[in-house]
Design a protein around this ligand. Structure first.
Ligand code: RB5
Length: 150
């Protein structure tokens, strides 16, 4: 599976630690979209890079990290086809896959620690979408996108 990852300056260190952890997944090929230093950047720019990689099919999934996970997930969700979930624990990371077929995981470097980040990443990568009763709800999300796209 190809995975695109991106963060802003607030999450630069945590992203590096997550990149290290991702090496333990044999079937995951990672593309790091930045940012590549502690210099201040704007989280929508990094959200867009990851979201476009996922929406275009270049990457199957994405991970975005900022201070809270909020701004970068809001921005990623503006790209049609993206379902980015800002998660805080293993339960929400599992459910975003199982119920919402989330294709981008978001979290906050100022909200969770590295151990929790690892739990989220593992759950996000290893949990399958359940489909079934959830499918029509996910389709309704796409319908909202279509309603407002020109
Ligand atoms: C940057 O200071 C911070 O605003 C950003 O990382 C994020 O938390 C925004 O939602």
């Amino acid at each position: 599976m190809k995975l695109a990852i991106g963060c802003d300056h607030a999450a630069y260190e945590l992203k590096n630690e997550v990149l290290e952890y991702l090496k333990s997944f044999e079937n995951v090929e990672v593309e790091d979209k930045g940012t590549y230093s502690n210099d201040s950047v704007d989280y929508p720019d990094l959200a867009l890079k990851v979201a476009e990689a996922v929406a275009s099919g270049d990457a199957e999934r994405g991970i975005v990290i900022c201070g809270t996970g909020i701004g970068i997930s809001i921005a990623a969700n503006k790209v049609p086809g993206i379902r980015a979930a800002n998660c805080h624990d293993k339960y929400t990371a599992e459910k975003c896959r199982e119920h919402n077929d989330a294709n981008i995981l978001a979290f906050g470097s100022r909200v969770i620690n590295l151990d929790t980040a690892k739990e989220l990443v593992k759950a996000f990568l290893e949990t399958e979408y359940a489909g079934g009763r959830h499918q029509k709800r996910v389709e309704k999300i796409s319908d909202i996108e279509k309603k407002y796209s020109k």
